[in-house]
Write a protein that binds this ligand. Structure first.
Ligand code: DGY
Length: 421
């Protein structure tokens, strides 16, 4: 069967009555926030109405305060830890109590611009007030002092769970009781490709602390022993702010646009302050201590996705990306391959993720580097052609890693094979 057809088959197999599980193997038996957004880009290639449904079901899980959770549990979640009965979060008790990168407005805009169909456009525009409420929540809950940079309170919120960028801040969190025996993920994916036991103990201890305060918006930021102004999360948010401004203009919501424009300016300025001139890289900041986290993770390249003038302003950033690529076979490793912490097979400590590649491809094109974007696009397609729809890939060997028959990899394959502009 042709690979595109196989990608469609993956998305059909992973379809669960209106939402798509990241993989049908049992590793992630629920709806994940940014997985659904990226998956919608692939669904749009062969079934645009279904792509809209993917986003609508995600926003059905929005909390009253505006947060859209990282996970929406639906159906049998017994193969996942921590599942709904551990989280005990949200109005229905069927979600996690934290969020994930706010990529949705960017995807909604993209689908809107590529759908001539008025009924689809109307349904996408109906999501705009929900997007606005989520962005508003993000600033209120995660930037209470108005710095322009929002903070994550759990590594899971970054989507890049075990990136070396979080090592020190996570080590400072009490581990709590060991949960190694409760973990389910290592039953589905090799343990040396997943976060470690000490990391998991801390991940769960954070969940318990948040659960103890009932996930209250006005408490979490202050009580969390982990608080980081993640450069990747902020860059994705900033791009989404711009795309939301576009959607608010289409919706004729002038008041909403004025509000987002203020946030957009503040975050744009704050991202520039994360530039580290000596190292020539964008870094996250530990928001508890104020210390710059001098660890070059892929999030530090994402300002390219947020700002079309970044490459011209900071040419060293793109040189840095190019030097990473010289050290691997397949673009783009999720962490600087020259650093000691680089692990080419372990989750976000080195492997290639096609969703990160897509953001960089888009950003490099906007920044006048279509040549480099094309190189990353070709590598992304080649990885799937050699190794299938794996969750992530070894940047040195191209080996498939993590879960298999993965929705967002299939979606990115469909999207990137069609998207040659
Ligand atoms: C997991 O369970 O590994 C997820 O990355 C959390 O979002």
């Amino acid at each position: 069967m042709e690979l595109k057809q196989q990608a469609i088959e993956v998305l059909r197999t992973n379809n669960r009555n209106g939402y798509t599980v990241p993989t049908a193997t049992g590793l992630y038996p629920a709806q994940w926030n940014w997985d659904s957004c990226f998956t919608a880009l692939g669904l749009a290639q062969f079934d645009p109405p279904r792509a809209v449904v993917e986003l609508e079901t995600l926003f059905d899980g929005q909390w009253l305060d505006g947060m859209v959770p990282q996970i929406l549990f639906r159906g049998d979640d017994s193969s996942y830890f921590p599942n709904a009965s551990v989280w005990q979060a949200g109005p229905t008790g069927r979600s996690s109590g934290i969020t994930q990168p706010l990529v949705a407005a960017t995807v909604v805009r993209r689908l809107f611009e590529h759908s001539p169909e008025p009924a689809i456009r109307q349904r996408l525009i109906a999501l705009v007030p929900k997007l606005l409420a989520w962005h508003r929540w993000c600033y209120r809950a995660r930037d209470p002092h108005g710095t322009g940079l929002v903070s994550i309170i759990h590594p899971w919120e970054s989507g890049m769970d075990n990136s070396p960028v979080w090592d020190d801040a996570l080590n400072a969190v009490e581990p709590g009781p060991s949960v190694a025996h409760l973990r389910k993920d290592t039953g589905f994916a090799a343990a040396d490709q997943r976060p470690t036991a000490p990391e998991y103990d801390r991940y769960i201890n954070l969940v318990i602390r948040f659960r103890d305060v009932g996930y209250r918006l006005d408490r979490l930021y202050d009580i969390s022993p982990f608080r980081a102004a993640d450069i990747g999360f902020n860059a994705i948010l900033q791009r989404a702010n711009q795309d939301l401004l576009f959607l608010l203009a289409v919706s004729s919501d002038a008041a909403g646009a004025t509000e987002i424009a203020v946030m957009e300016r503040a975050t744009g300025d704050a991202i520039l302050r994360c530039w580290h001139a000596e190292d020539g890289f964008f870094y996250s900041v530990d928001a508890r201590s104020g210390a710059v986290i001098r660890k070059p993770g892929i999030g530090g390249l994402l300002p390219l996705f947020a700002d079309a003038a970044i490459a011209a302003r900071y040419p060293r950033l793109v040189q840095r990306l190019e030097s990473w690529l010289n050290d691997v076979t397949f673009a783009v490793p999720s962490f600087d391959p020259r650093r000691l912490e680089f692990e080419p097979r372990r989750y976000w400590r080195g492997p290639v993720w096609l969703i990160a590649n897509w953001m960089l491809i888009d950003g490099l094109r906007r920044n006048g580097r279509p040549d480099l974007a094309e190189r990353i696009r070709c590598d992304s397609l080649a990885l799937v052609e050699r190794a299938g729809f794996a969750e992530y890939f070894d940047p040195l060997t191209g080996e498939p890693l993590g879960g298999s028959r993965f929705s967002w990899t299939a979606a990115m394959y469909l999207h990137l094979s069609a998207d040659t502009e």
